[in-house]
Ligand binder design. Structure first.
Ligand SMILES: NC(=O)c1ccc[n+]([C@@H]2O[C@H](COP(=O)([O-])OP(=O)(O)OC[C@H]3O[C@@H](n4cnc5c(N)ncnc54)[C@H](O)[C@@H]3O)[C@@H](O)[C@H]2O)c1
Length: 273
């Protein structure tokens, strides 16, 4: 627990896929600081993050999990319940990108991306539901993207998958509300994570590429993972009571703009109006 903690997740148990890096890591840290016991479900080793959280007085465990594998998700969720006694919150954050024009995809490229970004949510719902429904209230937050709402160039499977994340979140919200489960989707814009840095590093001048990309963002910067994690927290507790089946866009204004270059450097306009 940190000094700023409100303890709003005291007694809760959260399973967070892709929790070892980026937005997932920020969510793990924030949830643990807010009092939850957190399971980091990831193909990347999250043991050192779990150790760090535990050393700071929080509760965390790493569970090796490939969200595209039914048995792996089942095992990870059962291990979470065995270790912490219950399950209240599922955050489906694990995601991958494949860059290229659609005609150059192999069938395996398409299936791999859909397996992680979409099928993983199906598996987590399937295996978590028996535990979630034991609580009067439970929460699922799925991480979509601005591309849940608009297309993006050269990532056809990714944009398709993120559209599906939103649709699936809405379906889950309808079908399981009676069990006490609320399901929502967060849609981040350009966020400074290892995933973003990996793609920037494939360009000749990563910092210049980032500078150009954020000209499309009215706040003129990439989001920080913690800013997305705070939205996930809001949707994972009773602060958001009544919110169900929605998509919360955290994009610095990206989707509000029709202009390509949105930065208004002139802050003097209107002073004499
Ligand atoms: N960074 C951005 O600009 C941005 C924008 C919109 C949406 N998103 C979404 O946010 C989520 C997190 O992305 P990030 O930027 O933090 O990326 P990241 O690459 O830093 O972290 C993703 C994590 O998912 C894990 N993962 C990948 N495949 C997995 C699998 N099969 N099973 C379990 N874990 C797996 C990775 O090991 C990694 O730890 C993703 O769903 C991504 O699509 C990111």
């Amino acid at each position: 627990m940190t000094e700023q903690s409100t303890g709003r997740l005291n007694g809760q148990v959260a399973w967070i896929s892709g929790g070892a890096s980026g937005i997932g890591e920020a969510t793990v840290r924030l949830f643990a600081a807010e009092g939850a016991a957190v399971v980091i479900a990831d193909v990347t080793d999250g043991q050192s993050l779990a150790n760090e959280v535990n050393a700071a007085g929080g509760k965390a465990a790493y569970s090796h999990c490939d969200v595209s594998n039914n048995g792996s998700v089942a095992q990870s969720i059962e291990a979470a319940v065995a270790q912490f006694g219950s399950l209240n919150i599922v955050v489906n954050n694990a995601g991958i990108v494949h860059v290229g024009p659609l005609h150059e995809y192999s069938e395996a490229d398409w299936d791999r991306l859909m397996g992680v970004n979409v099928k993983g949510i199906f598996f987590s719902l399937k295996h978590a539901l028996p535990h979630l429904r034991r609580n009067p209230r439970s929460y699922m937050v799925n991480v979509g993207s601005i591309s849940s709402h608009v297309g993006q160039r050269l990532t056809p499977a990714y944009t398709t998958s993120k559209g599906a994340v939103l649709s699936l979140s809405q379906s889950i919200a309808l079908d399981y509300a009676a069990t006490g489960l609320r399901c929502n989707c967060v849609c981040p814009g350009i966020t400074d994570t290892p995933m973003l840095r990996h793609h920037l590093n494939m360009t000749a001048n990563p910092e210049e590429t980032l500078r150009q990309r954020v000209r499309r963002v009215p706040i003129n910067r990439a989001l920080q993972p913690d800013e997305v994690a705070r939205a996930i927290l809001y949707l994972s507790c009773e602060d958001s009571a009544g919110v169900n089946g929605t998509s919360m866009i955290i994009d610095g204004g990206y989707l509000a703009a029709a202009e390509w270059d949105t930065i208004n450097d002139d802050t003097t306009w209107g002073e004499n109006a």
